[in-house]
Design a protein around this ligand. Structure first.
Ligand code: AKG
Length: 359
């Protein structure tokens, strides 16, 4: 049987979605964040109210057992997401030459892109990336290896009207949720709530608008190939189409994350895996496509400042838990990863296990 898509999109047989479809995930934890609407996050776990303590127990189990969970009652006003979904549709509907006027490049990763590769196979998607806060120019921080870092400068399109405003308002609200989750997870590790906040002072977070067009060969291609996120956390909004698959730890099966209205999907990234010295592991995921409906999703990749050195947190290390990772600079890791997304390489792109210490 002939291939209906360009061979650049075709996954190796072992990475293709099963023709029988993907099982829907019943077990992914669903966590109600409403205790945070009534009481502030305490400075330490010992000062938590009973409602916050039980929330912390749920978050800890989800991070430990899945690395993935969904949250409801998260405090992000739904109209901000609705406005951004509408703006995203308007932008992707523009003619290709108009979208390419804000095309990203290898120096500045922000803007439009339609030829991203994951693990050296092209993804069936188009994206628009913007940052939450443009970080200061790195030389001001006396960092001598600036050539190793990316330059973050938002590229706003002229159309549709109101696009930049919808992005900006959404970014501010989800950024607040990101800090709440960061503090909750810090508490679950027995750390003070604000222990990790300083790493995000000049954060290099990115919000991505993803559009996955209908695909004539959904059994051969993927919207995004299997991967783990490199940053601290990802906060993902998806529409009602569905397509996000998570690799279940217990048996290695791919399972579909069911769209739940007004919820966010949270996943742990490699940075948390290293900080926690493997107590929490980032989970592998991918995006399946379908032949009938386009799908939109909006991940917020919550990333530290580029100059941050990522290494296991000293408080979590002892004789029983020796350091499992060599330290690395987030900006260098990120730039190398982004270069691999740009073009097909002959070798595997940088992965977190490359930093694992030999035992
Ligand atoms: O679209 C999704 O559900 C997930 C997107 C994703 O994993 C990514 O953009 O890295």
């Amino acid at each position: 049987m002939g291939t209906l898509v360009d061979p650049a999109f075709v996954q190796a047989p072992e990475h293709r979605p099963k023709s029988t479809g993907t099982e829907e995930a019943v077990g992914i934890p669903l966590i109600d964040l409403s205790p945070l609407l009534h009481s502030p996050i305490p400075a330490t776990g010992s000062a938590a109210t009973p409602a916050i303590s039980s929330l912390l127990a749920e978050v800890e189990a989800a991070c430990r057992d899945w690395g993935f969970f969904q949250v409801i009652n998260h405090g992000v006003p739904s109209e901000l997401l609705d406005n951004l979904m509408a703006a995203s549709k308007g932008f992707f509907a523009l003619p290709a030459e108009e979208k390419r006027r804000v095309r990203k490049d290898e120096v500045n990763p922000l803007g439009y892109f339609d030829t991203e590769h994951t693990k050296n196979v092209r993804d069936w998607k188009e994206v628009f990336d913007f940052t939450v806060q443009e970080p200061p120019v790195i030389p001001a921080l006396a960092e001598p290896r600036t050539a190793e870092f990316l330059t973050f400068k938002n590229r706003w399109p002229e159309y549709p009207p109101g696009f930049g405003e919808a992005c900006d308002k959404y970014a501010k609200a989800v950024n607040e949720l990101a800090f709440k989750l960061l503090e909750l997870i810090a508490l679950t590790l027995g750390l003070p709530a604000k222990r990790l906040n300083g790493f995000f002072k000049d954060q290099s977070s990115i919000i991505r608008l993803n559009r996955y067009p209908p695909c004539p060969s959904p059994h051969l291609a993927l919207g995004v190939g299997r991967h783990k996120d490199g940053g601290a956390l990802t906060i993902l909004a998806q529409d009602d189409v569905g397509g996000l698959d998570v690799k279940r730890r217990s048996d290695g099966e791919w399972i579909r994350v069911k769209p739940i209205p007004n919820s966010y999907i949270i996943n742990i990234g490699d940075t948390f895996q290293v900080w926690s010295n493997d107590k929490y592991e980032s989970a592998e995921h991918r995006v399946s496509v379908n032949s009938e409906r386009e799908r939109l999703s909006i991940p917020f990749f919550f990333n530290p400042a580029q100059y941050v050195t990522v290494q296991p947190l000293v408080e979590l290390i002892d004789e029983k838990n020796p350091v499992k990772y060599n330290a690395y600079k987030w900006g260098e890791f990120y730039k190398t990863r982004q270069n691999g997304n740009f073009k097909k390489l002959e070798v595997e792109n940088i992965q977190i296990y490359h930093f694992k210490k030999a035992v």
